[in-house]
Design a protein. Structure first.
Ligand SMILES: C[S@@+](CC[C@H](N)C(=O)[O-])C[C@H]1O[C@@H](n2cnc3c(N)ncnc32)[C@H](O)[C@@H]1O
Length: 485
């Protein structure tokens, strides 16, 4: 798909003296020059708003963005989730256009390929350019600037793009939004995890964290069939592209691994021989500034692995009560200055919402001066990421349902990257591998009703020296494995 096909922007007829723009973009899919164009436009808008003396320019923009997001959720995503595609009518797209117009807004919103494809289908339009014309007709007051899309996408490209969209064997409502660009993730504990899972021809395995497909590739090479789950469209797209040669042996499933058992049963898979979860984020997620995971790169305060998830880091930072913020920072980041940071966030957001990664990082640095090598925002960013993606909740659910997916003799391997995750895995694996439980108040040990597996390794496997020096990001990785009885 030509990446530039995803960019649509419009000059709304300004309801005030300030000119706002509507920009729909797909950040990670864009080539650098278009991303730069988007950043420039945003910067220009912000400075124009500031120059115009608009109080709280950033806040206004952020508020407008949030309003548009909610509108889009209300007008597009919710109806899509609830209704069959056919029920989502042109009227809704029209309503969206009108709503944008009513807000007079120049806002930013992602138009994922999924949304684009669905809009094309429901509007019965042949191409993005035709759809845009329909939108223009539906919003007479709005001066849509179609230049980038129309110029960038000729008829042949448009047809190829549509064919690509429609040839997806299993259309998903959230098909990848980030379909292009490099995806570099160095797989951690590759040999160790694959060895533990014992893949062979005829075995069926689940990779609950497909990522760039590093582990899955080795499982496929050993002849196994793999169901790869990921909630990140960029990861799914990258893995599909990388592993295309394995054809029907790989099934890519969109969703949260907390629902792995349910999702696979929907596909008719009752039991599998192995289940792998390499918990956490991938390098491309951290390294892509637009995903908002890193305090090192200026980007929107987002942190959602699944870009359609309802709550971003900015939502938490700007709306959670002070006590909840402090709890998040303390529980998920073990941040000792959690209360002071939460207080400072609340003071700052009262002036204007906190919308970018560096804004938050700089603010934390005012509370917690830098000591040593670690940036003072490290723990807070980890905490927010865990909260945004409910990472511990999802892991607990995977742990509690994973064993039910395994055949007798099937193996469950989990790689974790920080103590909170490892503690959850260790505790659960201990629970299910003890034949008996004992309590001081009991006269004798009793049979453990949860007993269902044996530990494959008594201690967690950690990366060897060679891996540690080649990939410093692997330093905190731990692999634990159990085998179903
Ligand atoms: C560390 S990466 C996996 C890398 C992969 N093993 C490889 O070698 O390329 C973790 C991946 O799991 C995904 N992920 C994390 N939590 C998830 C969840 N609850 N449900 C589905 N996917 C999740 C992330 O989006 C990310 O792509």
């Amino acid at each position: 798909m030509p990446p530039s096909a995803n960019i649509i922007w419009a000059n709304a007829t300004p309801p005030t003296s300030t000119c706002y723009r509507v920009l729909m973009w797909e950040p990670c899919a864009l080539p650098a020059e278009l991303t730069a164009e988007w950043s420039n436009r945003r910067r220009e808008l912000l400075s124009r708003m500031r120059d115009a003396g608009i109080k709280g320019a950033r806040g206004t923009l952020n508020q407008l963005e949030n309003e548009l997001k909610s509108l889009t959720v209300k007008l597009i995503e919710e109806p899509l989730a609830q209704a069959p595609r056919a029920a989502f009518s042109f009227a809704r797209a029209e309503a969206l256009g009108k709503a944008l117009q009513a807000h007079g807004a120049v806002l930013a919103y992602r138009l994922g390929t999924a949304t684009a494809e669905i809009l094309l289908q429901i509007q019965g339009e042949e191409s993005m350019a035709d759809m845009l014309s329909a939108w223009q007709a539906a919003t007479p007051g709005m001066d849509w600037c179609t230049q980038p899309i129309v110029q960038a996408m000729n008829a042949a490209e448009g047809t190829a793009w549509q064919q690509e969209c429609h040839s997806e064997s299993e259309p998903e409502l959230d098909t990848p939004e980030y379909t292009t660009g490099e995806f570099h993730h160095v797989t951690v504990l590759l040999n160790e995890a694959v060895q533990a899972l014992q893949p062979t021809v005829g075995k069926v395995m689940v990779d609950a964290t497909l990522g760039g497909g590093g582990h899955t590739e080795r499982l496929l090479q050993a002849g196994a069939e793999v169901w790869g789950i990921d909630q990140d469209p960029a990861a799914r797209a990258a893995a599909k592209a990388r592993l295309a040669e394995y054809g029907e042996k790989l099934h890519v499933v969109a969703g949260n691994f907390r629902n792995a058992a349910e999702m696979l049963r929907k596909h008719g898979v009752q039991e599998v021989d192995g289940l792998l979860a390499d918990i956490g984020i991938s390098s491309p997620q951290v390294d892509c500034a637009e995903r908002g995971f890193s305090f090192l790169h200026e980007g929107p305060l987002d942190m959602r692995m699944n870009p359609s998830a309802p709550r971003s880091a900015a939502d938490i930072v700007n709306t959670a009560p002070e006590s909840e913020l402090a709890d998040i920072l303390w529980q998920y980041g073990e941040e000792r200055a959690s209360r002071a940071i939460a207080r400072r966030i609340v003071q700052e957001r009262a002036k204007a919402p906190i919308t970018t990664t560096t804004q938050l990082a700089d603010l934390i640095a005012t509370v917690l001066p830098r000591k040593g090598k670690q940036h003072p925002a490290t723990r807070s960013f980890q905490a927010l990421r865990i909260a945004v993606n409910d990472e511990l909740g999802a892991l607990e659910e995977l742990l509690h349902t994973g064993l039910s997916l395994l055949k007798s003799g099937g193996r469950f391997a989990v790689i974790t990257f920080h103590s909170l995750e490892d503690r959850a895995v260790k505790r659960y694996f201990e629970l299910v591998t003890k034949p008996e439980i004992d309590r001081p108040e009991w006269p004798a040990p009793r049979p453990n009703p949860a007993y269902a597996a044996r530990l494959v390794y008594r201690k967690p496997i950690t990366p060897a020296e060679e891996e540690l020096s080649a990939n410093p990001r692997s330093r905190s990785a731990k692999l634990r494995v159990i085998e179903k009885l």
